[in-house]
Design a protein around this ligand. Structure first.
Ligand SMILES: [Zn+2]
Length: 171
C-alpha cells in the first residue's frame, strides 16, 4: 500500500496519467507529458495539450533541474497528517527545459515541496526565489514516489528574493 505521512495514497483507476507519473518517479525518473503534435512539454498532468489541444502525448524524461520561480510557506496543514511537518515550503520551479516558451515570460513550471538533504521540509530562511534546485523523490511504497525538490549546490540564478515577514514588506 502506498502512503504519505502515514496516510494511504489512492490513485483513481480512471486516472492512469497520475499513476504512471508516480510510477516513473518510483523508478527514479522525473517525467512530464510531451505533445506528439507540437512537441511541447507540459505541467500539470492532463489529457489534452494546452497549446494545440492534441490528445497524443508520451512521457519524456526531464532533468529535474531548475530555479525557484515562486514559493509559499504552508503554515496550516491541508490534512491533519501534515501538522507534523508544518511549516513547510512549496516551491514553483521553472525547469531548465523549455524556458521562454511559448512566450518570453513563460516557462515549464512545476510544483513540489522543498526538502533538505534528510527529506525534511527545508527551512524558510533557506528558501527563496532565484535559488537553484534539483528533483528529489519521496518514496510512497508500492513502487510509487512523489517528485519534490531540494536545493542544489549551483549558484543562484539572480539575487535571491525572500519575503521578510519581520519587516512586513515586500521589496
Ligand atoms: Zn501540442
Amino acid at each position: 500500500m502506498a502512503e504519505y505521512l502515514g496516510v494511504r495514497v489512492d490513485v483513481a483507476s480512471n486516472d492512469p496519467e497520475h499513476r504512471e507519473f508516480l510510477e516513473h518517479a518510483g523508478q527514479g525518473r522525473f517525467v512530464l507529458q510531451q505533445c506528439r503534435d507540437c512537441g511541447r512539454l507540459r505541467y500539470p498532468i492532463g489529457n489534452a495539450c494546452p497549446f494545440c489541444r492534441s490528445l497524443q502525448w508520451w512521457w519524456e524524461a526531464v532533468s529535474g533541474r531548475g530555479t525557484i520561480y515562486s514559493y509559499q510557506i504552508v503554515a496550516h496543514g491541508i490534512h491533519p497528517a501534515f501538522r507534523t511537518i508544518t511549516p513547510y515550503p512549496v516551491v514553483l520551479v521553472e525547469l531548465d527545459e523549455q524556458r521562454g516558451v511559448p512566450g518570453e515570460h513563460d516557462g515549464l513550471r512545476v510544483l513540489g515541496m522543498l526538502v533538505d538533504e534528510h527529506g525534511r521540509p527545508e527551512d524558510e530562511e533557506r528558501t527563496g526565489i532565484g535559488l537553484r534546485v534539483q528533483v528529489d523523490f519521496a518514496d510512497l511504497g508500492d513502487g510509487l514516489a512523489l517528485p519534490r525538490f531540494r536545493l542544489s549546490s549551483e549558484t543562484p540564478e539572480h539575487p535571491v528574493w525572500r519575503f521578510d515577514d519581520r519587516q512586513g514588506q515586500r521589496p
